[in-house]
Write a new protein. Sequence first.
Length: 155
Amino acid sequence: MKKSLFLLACFVLSHFASAQMKSWTWDTYKVKYSAPSNFKISKNTKEAFSAGNTNINLTIYPRTGENLGQGDMVAALRKWAHSSKVTFTGTPEELDDLNGYWGVYLDGTAENGNPTTLLLLVDPDYPEISLYIWLQYQDGYVDTAVAILKSFTPN
């Protein structure tokens, strides 16, 4: 009986945890990702997508025509971090393969003091599309932030 109750609890908890994330697709820019199901969209145009809740905010700025190679991405991300006034130590880190994307990321702190990760992704099949991703989160939500960032997949 205890084993059955334990398995039922595990199933309920895993279902509850997975139910909190929702799959999002932005066909125009050929991208799919997951984010909390309680995100509220604040902007959804061809220039930007923004959504968030009280703990995490995600903004995606797609750009077309940049045709960035992996080497160019580090410089582009560093420039964006400086212009966005994100304080960081170290240099942008390259991602060898994020679900098929080339990518670089940078962890830092925004002007409001919240942890912020900047991520720049390019699908090698569509190098004319660059996705600049801003993810800001409250302390204690790093696991959810990482899950969002790891979920980006070419669509």
